[in-house]
Design a protein around this ligand. Structure first.
Ligand SMILES: [Zn+2]
Length: 655
């Protein structure tokens, strides 16, 4: 037993010896390269050097003594990532993601107190953080506190990645606590607390403020800060700020506009610039070129006639297009560009605070085609889009993004033709304009699945009657709110009172939709004898429901094949922005895109409201099942709308 351990140790030592030889020669090469790069004329801050400074550099270069080892050199000479922590086991290297080098150097730079990494997925941010901590433990020890969003995550990270890293990296392993037999003392090297010989590392789940206050801290790590509660973040930061020397390293993909995004904005907002292989101008990888335009291009053939994408071709052919010269940048160019890149501050920011933005286009493990495919898939749902923007673009989610692209709306197109009679029931929605009507006909199944059958403009009521008959509609809803035509609407609806409903939209009602009977002849000699049905519709609620359907967050909302462009444009005309008022209250505001009409959107709102009144779409909702079953029999079975009796609904149970 003892013998085999000894043999293993000898074997290990041999390999380590070889490794350090190799790395010494690599380091020499690097130092030579480094001095060439220094001659390029920027300092460690990315600032241009003056000619005088350059001259001094050259003069002193002659007398330069052995340089202090950089954190990157320390890491590449010593850090070891085994198959326990990575698929690409081996000695740590920054060669494939050179953008981490400057981050590692901040651990050693006394001028830097706070580092904020607003980075996308697959950019190696957590690895960079703990490699830097390895340097701290070996070269510049001080108490370390690592705050996580919860304890489970902290334990998993510690057991699966951090402790193996410490054990596998010889220069860190020697600082681990040992038993009298020389083995690692598990009592003093547990998941949440490791007592190294010259410093301790504590990991806590960010749930208890008291927890944070218990620890002395020189190095504070906050990974994924956007999921750590704000008071705990603040408390943890207060712990270190009293100390003469400290360092806060925090990272996250941005979830909201607070968190890492605001931390990024308070720093000097560094971007990683690389020379374009075609025009040599320094560019950053950006997803969007302008509104609705993107820097990733692909051959048009990748989109089939049926609107479906050829994923294989996208993966192979997608490339980045330089925003300066239009040159095509392929995946094969990326690594070369990354190696020539450097961080550049884009703002002055608070002193001693560095902030870095990096989206996943920079990731050495994600191709341009893979990013594009993720983007297309993300379009299929609202959540998908949010995850793409925050996780892969490393940008905060804004509610304007509920505004999906027209491209995405095309994904709603079904496999039926315009004019095909679809659904068990057909409903018509009419928006009244000064000189014409805008209408849609939508078919519904009783479970709420619906199909846009046709849409258009008609000049007269007779034309509306024709369309109504043509698609064998069950009911129509007409917006009677257009001031100068309200009386006309009432009278015409009265003529069709068995099937036509009037409607009026409201910004906010106590319930999403209410039925009122109104006298169409008020103020005439026919007053007080007749009634028509008027729907009061909460357009915020139903508009929101249309947005969800538009973004495929609610399934079963279909449009006929190869949809009318004008319909798509108008369906996409409306969106919501969220605003925070002075009192801190978040409010939603509806907006219509500039120079856009939105009548088809409104028609969809009326029709959806009417469908709910008729009991369509509620049959599959379990919580309300019993109640709805009764309603269904009452209202849908006869296909004729039946006036509800003694029925009270609130927005809570309505859906
Ligand atoms: Zn270029």
């Amino acid at each position: 037993m003892r013998e085999s351990t000894a043999i293993k140790h000898r074997g290990q030592r041999r390999t380590e010896g070889r490794r350090s030889e190799i790395h010494a020669s690599q380091r020499n090469q690097r130092q030579q390269l480094g001095s060439q790069f220094d001659g390029k004329g920027t300092d460690a801050e990315g600032r241009m050097k003056t000619p005088a400074e350059k001259l001094l550099d050259r003069a002193f270069g002659i007398f330069a003594v052995a340089k202090k080892q950089t954190v990157t050199e320390w890491a590449e000479d010593n850090a070891y990532l085994s198959e326990r922590v990575t698929e690409m086991a081996g000695r740590y290297s920054t060669a494939d993601h050179p953008y981490v080098r400057e981050i590692l150097e901040t651990y050693q730079d006394p001028r830097v107190k706070k580092v904020s990494l607003c980075w996308g997925s697959q950019t190696a941010k957590t690895t960079t953080i703990y490699i830097g901590l390895g340097w701290v433990i070996d070269q510049s020890p001080g108490p370390i506190l690592w705050v996580w969003s919860n304890e489970k995550q902290a334990r998993a990270f510690s057991n699966d990645r951090f402790i193996p890293f410490c054990e596998d990296t010889g220069v860190i392993a020697k600082h681990l606590p040992k038993t009298s037999e020389g083995k690692i003392d598990r009592d003093r090297a547990s998941a949440l607390r490791i007592e190294f010989d010259r410093c301790s590392l504590n990991m806590i789940g960010g749930q208890s403020q008291r927890n944070v206050r218990n620890y002395p801290v020189s190095y504070l790590i906050l990974d994924e800060i956007d999921v750590i509660p704000e008071p705990i973040r603040r408390d943890a930061a207060d712990r270190v700020k009293g100390r003469r020397s400290y360092k806060i390293i925090q990272s996250s993909t941005p979830i909201e506009e607070g968190g890492i995004w605001s931390e990024y904005l308070t720093g000097d907002q560094r971007k990683f610039l690389m020379p374009c292989p075609h025009c040599d101008k320094e560019i950053s990888f950006e997803w969007r070129k302008g509104k609705g335009e993107y820097n990733i291009h692909f051959p048009p053939e990748a989109k089939g006639e049926d609107g479906a994408y050829d994923w294989h071709m996208l993966k192979k052919e997608a490339h980045y297009v330089c925003q300066e010269c239009g040159g095509a940048i392929r995946d094969a160019d990326k690594l070369r560009m990354l190696r020539k890149g450097k961080w550049k501050a884009t703002s002055s920011g608070e002193p001693n605070v560095r902030s870095y933005h990096l989206n996943s286009l920079y990731s050495p493990t994600i191709t341009f085609g893979e990013m594009l495919i993720r983007w297309f898939r993300a379009q299929e749902s609202l959540d998908g889009l949010k995850q793409f923007v925050t996780g892969w673009l490393a940008e905060p989610w804004k509610e304007e993004l509920l505004d999906v692209t027209e491209e995405a709306t095309h994904l709603l197109a079904g496999d039926y033709e315009r004019g095909d009679v679809m659904g068990e029931f057909r409903l018509m929605g009419v928006d009244v304009q000064r000189s014409h009507f805008v209408w849609i006909v939508r078919g519904f199944d009783s479970d709420g699945t619906s199909y846009l059958i046709d849409n258009g403009n008609s000049p007269t009521w007779k034309d509306l009657d024709k369309t109504f008959a043509n698609f064998a509609c069950s009911a129509a809803v007409v917006d009677s709110g257009f001031g100068e035509r309200t009386q006309e609407c009432y009278e015409q609806i009265y003529k069709r009172r068995n099937t036509f409903w009037a409607s009026k939209g409201w910004k906010r009602l106590a319930q999403p939709v209410a039925i009122k009977a109104v006298d169409p002849f008020t103020g005439t000699n026919k007053a007080n004898t007749h009634k028509i049905r008027l729907l009061h519709i909460d357009v915020s609620t139903f508009g929101g429901e249309i947005l969800k359907r538009r973004a495929k967050l609610v399934e079963g909302f279909h449009i006929y094949r190869d949809p009318d462009r004008e319909y798509i444009k108008q369906l996409n005309a409306k969106f919501i922005v969220e605003k925070t008022t002075r009192t801190g209250e978040v409010v939603q505001e509806w907006r219509t895109k500039r120079h856009r009409q939105d009548h088809f959107f409104d028609c969809e709102v009326y029709v959806l409201a009417l469908s709910k009144i008729l009991g369509l779409g509620n049959v599959t909702r379990k919580a309300e099942k019993n109640e709805q079953d009764e309603d269904k029999n009452e209202s849908v079975a006869g296909t004729k709308p039946v006036r509800r009796r003694r029925r009270k609904k609130t927005s809570r149970n309505f859906w």
